[in-house]
Design a protein around this ligand. Sequence first.
Ligand code: ZN
Length: 140
Amino acid sequence: MTLPIINLDRTRSYPPRVSEFTHRFWSSLREGLFETTSCRDCARTTFPPKPFCPHCWSKNLTWIPLGGRGRLYSQTVIHAAPAVFRAETPYRVGIVDLDEGLRIATRIIADNAPDLDTPVEIVVLRYVDGPLFAARPLTA
Ligand SMILES: [Zn+2]
């Protein structure tokens, strides 16, 4: 499943460091694919993707696609931000429980505070220098 893509005409305020391992995640995200790693030995999935399994320490991992849907577990608005994000304040961040059972922290795109447990979708924020992801409430 391909995520909705929102094109933004500026650079990211704090670009992630891309390693040889995470390059796949970021290049897939740019194309609208939300992926992570799953362990072939214990079958557990983690996010963010990791080069080893944090549950059984196996390095026998595979990449799997995530559906990009979940529910809002928690959210807040940041008014006092680190210097690099100050120009973006106020902005909303939250914790999302993905349908796959993963709990992730992410930027939330919503003008008003969504109710907790609101269904959300992950979207790609495609900046001119690379992608980030965020969640927004699913509208029927
Ligand atoms: Zn494992």
